[in-house]
Design a protein around this ligand. Structure first.
Ligand code: NAP
Length: 280
């Protein structure tokens, strides 16, 4: 079967360009969209993510303010900074790069961010809004999955959608978004009794299991659309996803590659949330 490769890099580029145009329109009205980026410690992976996010801000004409705190920062200090940024009217969005060092309670920090500035969409108010179909920030990676499908003209309504993974940042919000788009949604996890039996029913299979090349051809129905959220670095330094692309792709009608699929969408949707933060 010939399959479509869903080009996340190109779609993310389109979204970032739309954000750049909107940011410029706001600037002409005297509004400078501003994202505060907070990093605690010097975890190299976090460093790369933060740099990429700041670079995307620059490309989209969004001002980014950097707060780099030492590894030994205590919870109170971080909460005080967040309180200051919450009050600062010039700051539209606040992003605290996760994970945080062990002495800091991540949940407390996420809840301290003003929900109206929570561009990551992790605050319980925003998670709740997604659940009840109200307005709010949506977690960037799942929001990116929906954009990949929509902009590739893949219909969701009425389709059997299976999500593997139930994390708060990917699996659960992805399932809720697919439901909001009128998909018939099943969520699988580590206690799912017969994973293969469920995934083989999927017209749209979203894989966020966190295990390299876990999903092979026998998990996938002929003609399915497969969205691979996983990111893993192999021993040879190359990236791979949660899906064994070479065996799965020939069975699909469409599939996202790794790299160049879901990955670039996360930052594009962060930019989109920053633009939306002006109206919050
Ligand atoms: P996570 O918190 O580790 O969640 C993994 C989920 O997979 C859990 O719900 C777990 O079930 C389930 N699971 C584990 N083993 C399973 C099995 N054998 N069968 C069925 N389900 C199983 O991971 P995450 O944060 O959601 O991330 C998932 C993947 O996406 C990772 O590879 C991560 O690196 C990647 N990611 C990519 C981006 C991006 O920008 N592209 C963003 C975020 C994450 P239980 O709940 O029962 O434990």
């Amino acid at each position: 079967m010939s399959y479509q490769i869903i080009d996340g890099k190109a779609i993310a580029g389109e979204i970032k360009e739309e954000c750049r145009v909107k940011a410029e329109e706001y600037r002409e009205k005297g509004i400078e969209i501003t994202l505060a980026v907070v990093q605690v410690g010097s975890d190299p992976a976090s460093g790369v993510y933060v740099r990429n996010k700041k670079r995307a801000c620059e490309a989209c004409g969004i001002r980014s303010l950097s707060y780099e705190l030492p590894e030994e920062t205590c919870e109170v200090e971080l909460l005080e900074l967040i309180e200051k940024l919450n009050r600062d009217e010039a700051v539209n969005g606040i992003l605290v790069q996760l994970p945080l060092p062990g002495q800091i309670d991540e949940k407390k920090v996420i809840q301290a961010i003003d929900a109206k500035k929570d561009v990551d969409g992790f605050h319980p108010m925003n998670a709740g809004a997604l659940c009840t179909g109200e307005r709010g920030f949506v977690s960037c990676t799942p929001a990116g999955i929906i954009q990949l499908l929509k902009r590739s003209r893949i219909a969701i309504a009425g389709k059997e959608c299976v999500v593997i993974g139930r994390s708060n940042i990917v699996g659960k919000p992805a399932a809720l978004l697919l439901l909001a788009e009128n998909g018939t949604v099943t969520v699988c996890h580590s206690r799912t009794a017969d994973l293969k039996e469920v995934t083989k029913r999927a017209d749209i299979l979203v894989v966020a299991v966190g295990k390299p090349k876990f999903i092979t051809a026998e998990y996938v129905k002929e003609g399915a659309v497969v969205i691979d959220v996983g990111i893993h670095r192999k021993e040879n330094g190359k990236l791979c996803g949660d899906v064994d692309f070479d065996s799965v792709a020939p069975k699909c009608s469409a599939i996202t590659p790794v790299p160049g699929g879901v990955g670039p969408m996360t930052i594009a949707m962060l930019m989109s949330n920053c633009i939306a933060s002006v109206d919050e």
